[in-house]
Design a protein around this ligand. Structure first.
Ligand code: SAH
Length: 287
């Protein structure tokens, strides 16, 4: 199954590069990024998202960040470009208790001595533990009891959050994602980590489409500001009384707005975690 991608090339370093990553996370369904030998960086997004609105937002972003220079775009037809990037992925100590590793680096991963190891063979989906937004979510999960809980992971990507919940004792996890590649990767990773289809159910679609009458004790959502704001009602519908909701993918300067929107509908704010320009928020639904 092939999908066309747009590759967008930039000259961006350090702060500029971090902001650019933030831009792609908040404006596109994240596809991938690659640093090139000549020091430039290339981001990949589904070609269907490369439209006039996106282009205008990108130009506005570049005006705001003069140290980011947009060099141009081209269309590519498959994902082979990703192979090189896959090979460079190393085990990552994602939190105190968790190491995430590609299967071919398992021996190195074991040497890190973490309590839990999750195997993720990175493909085009997000969730290798190399990004702050994933790590913040995992760190927030580590502070909460998961024993016997039913978990919903919205935007499951590689499936990493759902699988961590299961490792920490959750009784069942449902991972949903709109992106077919993410779904395929989550299915692969589920098998790699020896979880059954019943323990970790994977569904393609939005909450509206694939989560019907069910309620969950823990909801994990590493998405982006707009989606977190627009789904607050659904989060409430699908949360049991006392359920924990962990939101990530929020840029620090959007955190107070997202927090206010959730507090308005009976979610009690529990804590906030930060890494670089990213924030994760933890709430509990008041009975
Ligand atoms: N949970 C992983 C991946 C987060 S990236 C982690 O924490 O690392 C966000 C994911 O959300 C992407 O895989 C994207 O395809 C998915 N996504 C975007 N919009 C969505 C929507 N409306 N419903 C479900 N998934 C969505």
């Amino acid at each position: 199954m092939e999908q066309e991608y747009a590759s967008l090339h930039f000259d961006a370093k350090q702060e500029g590069l971090l902001s650019l990553e933030g831009f792609f996370l908040t404006h596109a369904s994240f596809a991938g990024a690659q640093e090139n030998d000549d020091g430039t960086v290339t981001f990949y997004i589904p070609h269907s998202e490369w439209n006039v609105d996106f282009e205008q937002s990108l130009h506005a972003f570049c005006r705001e960040y003069p140290d980011v220079e947009f060099l141009g775009t081209e269309t590519i037809e498959d994902r082979n470009w990703n192979a090189e990037w896959e090979a460079t992925i190393t085990p990552v100590q994602a939190t105190r208790d968790l190491v995430i590793t590609p299967s071919w680096k398992m021996e190195d991963a074991k040497k890190l001595g973490a309590k839990h190891i999750i195997t993720i063979d990175p493909k085009m989906s997000f969730g290798t533990g190399h990004h702050e937004t994933t790590r913040l979510c995992l760190a927030a999960m580590e502070e909460l009891a998961m024993d016997g809980r039913a978990v919903l992971d919205i935007g499951t990507g590689s499936g990493v959050l759902a699988m961590y919940a299961l490792l920490r004792g959750a009784k069942q996890a449902v991972g949903i994602d709109t992106d077919l590649w993410a779904i395929e990767n989550a299915i692969e990773n589920r098998a790699l980590n020896n979880f059954s289809e019943r323990q970790f159910e994977i569904r393609q679609g939005t909450m509206d489409e694939v989560v019907k009458e069910e309620k969950f004790d823990v909801i994990l959502a590493n998405l982006h500001r707009n989606l977190l704001l627009s789904t607050v009602g659904q989060m409430q519908t699908h949360a049991t009384d006392g359920a924990y909701v962990i939101l990530s993918g929020i840029l620090c300067y959007d955190a107070s707005e997202v927090r206010a929107a959730y507090e308005k509908v009976n979610f009690k704010f529990i804590r906030e975690l930060n890494e670089n320009e990213w924030t994760a928020l933890v709430f509990q639904l008041c009975a």
